[in-house]
Design a binder for this molecule. Structure first.
Ligand SMILES: Cc1cc2nc3c(=O)[nH]c(=O)nc-3n(C[C@H](O)[C@H](O)[C@H](O)COP(=O)(O)OP(=O)(O)OC[C@H]3O[C@@H](n4cnc5c(N)ncnc54)[C@H](O)[C@@H]3O)c2cc1C
Ligand SMILES: N[C@H](Cc1c[nH]c2cc(Cl)ccc12)C(=O)O
Length: 534
């Protein structure tokens, strides 16, 4: 049955009611974005429990998140100080290859010379032992601990400033900027961002209810008719957004949508986290997330203003919570002595469909992979953009819109899963059962075949996971060449090619890095100036 434009717009003109259950990062990011997208043409309510806490450990992000803040028309100086935010130029991997080794996965597109990526040229003739340092400027900036902005606020890479549109009414999305690599992302306290966005959304008309949802009622079609709260009665809506975290109260529990576990390929299912005070007068704020390999997983180190978020992500099949906490406390040292530990059980995988009938899960209810490449908030941001893109009309075409949404969200999570599995499979480290098993465990179907290709031709757009999943081919190059456990070869054609231009490109990178390290302020200096109002 087809629906005419006029029928659709009549239905579409009715004010849509959206109820978001859950007030963590997912709930408030969704509320803020929908407010920014639709204004008061959509009636929004967020209901969150005062008793059930949120996940917030000190999070790192993708660089794409800048489009979220831009969509809300927020400047860094508005929200960063409120969320103890710092810059992230890369992920630094320590000890994944062998003790004492480190490499970076930076926010910087890898150059190509004569049609071949720099990784190919580097494999043909490694200038030094550091692929990441030879091929990316950001690596040196991370080692030097500098900010990607000068003290006057200008950005290292003016190209991005020039790309920004003059037209104030247009706002960008992730999809529009694919291919253009912005040079940094952020570290921030997700619970502070949720608090900041509570103010943003409620000032723009979002209703905020603090109460427990105690029942989810379905109508005869199996759609949600209302959620029942303890003290605020029943909340009806056209669309319910499940932001209840790992509980999946609406999507999984009430609607019964199955959860597809990734545990067979990504066994890390637990974490223990600490918030460690940081003396900003004495200690540098590193401009990167650090992921340090451990006996049964890895430890994240996320530098924030005045503190460091840290935690051990581990597989409960290989160690216990008590041992994990001991390892983490030893790693941090005396600074963690009086800090309480937060033990978290993680649900790894995704809901088979994230959008079912009139309920869409966003955040941990939709899916989660371990935080190795900081993808949780990216999943949320991507999901919200897709909700707007496929927003239902209430008409017959909605089934198709939901299907497209579910495909897009499913591909993002499945693609990220492949990327993360590659980290473990390609890590050279194999010094205990945990690390030995990473070499023999099943990998997602087509990854095994891709790895066989990559041994002979470094990853490019033709050979990585074929659907959009946020990660460009150069990221795969960084991981493969950095982890060192899979032998990759340069393209044979390079034996007959002239490498002069490639050598000049390596030299350009070296000179640019040296200059920037001299010129840029440290993160400590930059944020001291930002907080003083510059
Ligand atoms: C160990 C760990 C490390 C992470 N690190 C990163 C990182 O570095 N980068 C990144 O991008 N992401 C990271 N994440 C993911 C990120 O923290 C989450 O994606 C993000 O915080 C969103 O969580 P959420 O809002 O979906 O769920 P939650 O924070 O769990 O919020 C759930 C909300 O639902 C409410 N709720 C639940 N049940 C009810 C009920 N019955 N009635 C009313 N309200 C209810 C709760 O009160 C709460 O407000 C990490 C996650 C974990 C576990
Ligand atoms: N969408 C990209 C994803 C991306 C590109 N480079 C990196 C580096 C790191 Cl450490 C994480 C993600 C990405 C983006 O966010 O820019």
């Amino acid at each position: 049955m087809s629906v005419s434009g006029s029928e659709r717009s009549a239905e579409g003109n009715r004010k849509k009611r959206v109820v978001i259950v859950g007030g963590g990062t997912a709930g408030w990011m969704t509320a803020s974005y929908l407010t920014a997208a639709f204004g008061d043409r959509v009636d929004l309510t967020v209901v969150e429990s005062a008793q059930i806490g949120t996940i917030g450990v000190g999070e790192a992000t993708f660089s794409d998140i800048r489009h979220f803040f831009e969509f809300l028309r927020l400047e860094e100086s508005d929200w960063m100080p409120e969320c103890n935010a710092t810059y992230k130029l890369a992920v630094r991997f320590e000890n994944w290859r062998e003790p004492g080794h480190h490499f970076y996965h930076p926010f910087e597109q890898m150059s190509s010379v004569d049609g071949f990526p720099l990784s190919d040229w580097w494999l043909r003739n490694p200038t030094t032992s550091r692929f990441d340092k030879d091929s990316f400027v950001m690596t040196s900036l991370c080692d030097a601990g500098v900010s990607p902005r000068y003290l006057d606020g200008s950005l290292i890479d003016q190209d991005f400033v020039e790309q920004e549109r003059d037209d104030d009414s247009a706002r960008s999305t992730i999809a529009e900027y694919q291919g253009a690599q912005f040079p940094y992302a952020y570290h921030f306290e997700a619970h502070l961002l949720a608090k900041y966005l509570t103010g943003y959304a409620t000032r723009r008309g979002t209703r905020h209810i603090v109460d427990n949802v105690v029942d989810v009622a379905l109508d005869e079609r199996g759609w949600i008719s209302h959620v029942r709260t303890e003290e605020h009665g029943d909340l009806e809506a056209d669309l319910f957004v499940d932001c209840t975290g790992f509980r999946g109260l609406l999507l999984n529990k009430a609607l019964g949508e199955p959860f597809v576990s990734y545990q067979d390929t990504l066994p890390n299912d637990s974490a223990v986290a600490l918030q460690v005070p940081l003396d900003m007068e004495r200690e540098p704020i590193r401009p990167c997330t650090t992921a340090t390999a451990q006996e049964a997983g890895w430890i994240w180190t996320i530098p924030l203003i005045s503190r460091v978020g840290t935690g051990y992500v581990y597989a409960s099949d290989y160690t216990t919570p008590e041992q994990a906490e001991r390892v983490l406390r030893d790693f941090v040292g005396p600074a963690a002595a009086d800090v309480p530990a937060n033990h978290i059980k993680m649900r790894i995988g995704r809901s088979r469909r994230s959008w079912v009938n009139n309920c869409v899960g966003v955040g941990l209810s939709s899916g989660f992979v371990e935080p190795l490449e900081s993808t949780g908030i990216f999943f949320i941001h991507h999901a919200i953009e897709q909700i707007v893109k496929y927003f239902p009309s209430g008409g017959a075409g909605d089934d198709r819109l939901r299907e497209l949404y579910n495909r897009s969200v499913g591909h993002v999570m499945d693609g990220v899963r492949e990327f993360l599995v590659l980290h473990y499979r390609s890590a050279k480290r194999a010094d205990n059962q945990y690390w030995k098993d990473t070499k023999t465990r099943t990998v997602p179907d087509s990854l095994a075949e891709r790895i066989e290709f990559w041994k002979h031709k470094v990853p490019d757009a033709e050979t990585v996971y074929p659907y959009y999943h946020g990660l460009p081919p150069y990221s795969y190059n960084c991981i493969l060449l950095g982890m060192g456990g899979i032998d990759v070869n340069y393209s044979p054609a390079l034996d007959w090619a002239n490498e002069k231009a490639a050598l000049a490109e390596f030299e350009r990178i070296r000179v640019k890095a040296e200059k920037l390290v001299q010129e840029l302020p440290t993160q400590n200096e930059y944020f001291a100036a930002m907080r003083a109002g510059r």
